[in-house]
Design a protein around this ligand. Structure first.
Ligand code: ADP
Length: 448
């Protein structure tokens, strides 16, 4: 204010003095007074001009800086500019925080939808688009209930009891490829809600598999147990002669052995699932494995048939496979056992190791048995899946053999492949990658 009065007076004094210099002596005072008034007027005009500049600057949003100098307008300008800059900074900061927050929600593996008090969509992330088939432009501000019309969700939404979640099929769910979503609404603020969706297809499938597995195991154990209990009752109730007793005890032993095999296969599977991966530094000689398997194969073949199979073994001298000898033996003997069990006596079964040019080693078990129809091939390695249930049982099968083989192969970085022609025979092959195969130079291998 002092500056303002000072500049006004200065302006008047300067113009007044100039006028008094130029005026004739008798009119000095009157002319000086008039000039001082004109000086005040000029000052006022300049002041209005500065004020107008400030107003224009404000109207333009105060984006660019202007020079207004000192004085009232200068100070007003300075303070307004600083306040505006501080507000801009604050707005930038909160915009940045909002974008970070939305980016975090966008990155969420779960679907996130923000609904207003009327249930209209305010925002949703990419995952919600996939879960519910939303379109980012078309569906914004639409009523969620109008877009998602699944009956179980509609009942959940209308009941307004959001304590729990609801399970519903996803937008792209089909019979062959089901997608299950868990949807949970969390109310917040004044009537608003946060809707979270989670893809639980894998969890549901795992749960269904677990249920099936328990049901299958119970069924597999109950059958021989029922038979055993029946025989025990017969032995207790009926006066049997020695020959009959002998026959019944033999049948009981058969059932007990079936249960033993089943429990042993179950334990093998659970060990495979629960133990660390086999070491890549323990080397198992292929020929030693083959020797062990051959011995067992001849025994099994003669137990199952009076006439043995024509078994042919081709090993790989000097070749080692990195892994667990127990697991490898279990997988190979399962394949050979199957070939023997599903191939008529006297027919040829070839068990052959081949070293490929790329360094991979392939074990193939080829039989000339009944073969398998193509529709069964993709499911053969599922637990308890059998093409011919009674044949599997009659020959002591548990339905777990190929599941064990697949597990062992996977744990050794190997791949199981199955080729089969019904009526002609099947070939089961395990391909071990070069990184798990070690072989001596040919000359050394022959000498060994
Ligand atoms: P199982 O104990 O019943 O043999 P596996 O898991 O070893 O169980 O095999 C699953 C099913 O695959 C068998 O029940 C059988 O129907 C079929 N299978 C396996 N190997 C052969 C084979 N070499 N020839 C024909 N069918 C086979």
């Amino acid at each position: 204010m002092v500056w303002r009065i000072f500049t006004l007076l200065l302006c008047q004094v300067l113009v007044g003095s100039l006028a008094s210099f130029l005026a004739p002596a008798e009119q000095v005072w009157t002319q000086a007074l008039a000039a001082a008034l004109v000086g005040g007027y000029i000052w006022f005009l300049l002041d209005v001009l500065r004020g107008t500049r400030l107003l224009r600057w404000l109207r333009a949003g105060g984006a660019d800086d202007i020079a207004l100098g000192n004085g009232l307008w200068g100070e007003v300008y300075d303070r307004v500019r600083r306040t505006l800059r501080a507000k801009d900074r604050l707005a930038d900061e909160s915009n940045g925080r909002l974008s970070d927050f939305l980016a975090a929600l966008q990155a969420s593996p779960n679907g996130v939808v923000l609904l207003d008090a009327d249930g209209r969509i305010e925002w949703f992330n990419e995952t919600a688009c996939v879960h519910f088939g939303f379109d980012a432009k078309r569906d914004m501000l639409q009523h969620f209930g109008n877009l998602v019309r699944d009956p179980s969700f509609a009942a959940y939404y209308n009941a307004r009891n959001f304590y729990d979640d609801v399970t519903m099929p996803g937008r792209h769910s089909t019979m062959t490829k089901p997608v299950q979503l868990s949807v949970h609404i969390h109310p917040y603020g004044e009537g608003r809600s946060l809707l979270l969706s989670r893809d639980i297809t894998a969890v549901e499938q795992a749960e269904a598999m677990r249920r099936d597995f328990v049901a299958n195991v119970s069924h597999e154990i109950r059958t021989p147990l029922t038979v055993l209990a029946g025989f025990v009752e017969t032995l207790q109730a009926l006066p049997l002669n020695e020959q009959e007793r002998h026959r019944y005890l033999g049948l009981m032993a058969q059932q007990a052995s079936r249960m033993q095999t089943l429990v042993s296969d179950l334990l093998t599977l659970s060990r495979l699932e629960g133990s660390p991966l086999p070491s890549a530094l323990d080397w198992v000689p292929v020929d030693a494995l083959m020797e062990q398997c051959a011995q067992e194969a001849y025994e099994l073949s003669s137990i199952l048939n009076q006439q043995q199979h024509d078994l042919q073994f081709v090993g790989l001298p000097g070749v080692d496979i990195a892994g667990s000898s127990v697991e490898l033996y279990s997988a190979i003997s399962n394949l050979i056992g199957n070939a023997i069990r599903y191939t008529p006596a006297e027919k040829r079964i070839e068990i052959r190791w081949v070293l490929r040019e790329d360094g991979a080693a392939v074990l193939s078990v080829k039989d000339h048995g009944q073969g398998i129809a193509p529709e069964h091939l993709p499911r053969l390695t599922e637990r308890f899946y059998r093409v011919d249930r009674s044949r599997s049982r009659d020959t002591g099968g548990t339905g777990l053999g190929l599941a064990i083989v697949k597990h062992v192969a996977q744990r050794h970085g190997a791949e199981l492949s199955i080729e089969s022609v019904p009526g002609t025979g099947s070939t089961f092959s395990i391909t071990f990658p070069a990184s798990r195969v070690h072989h001596l130079p040919v000359a050394q291998a022959i000498a060994a």
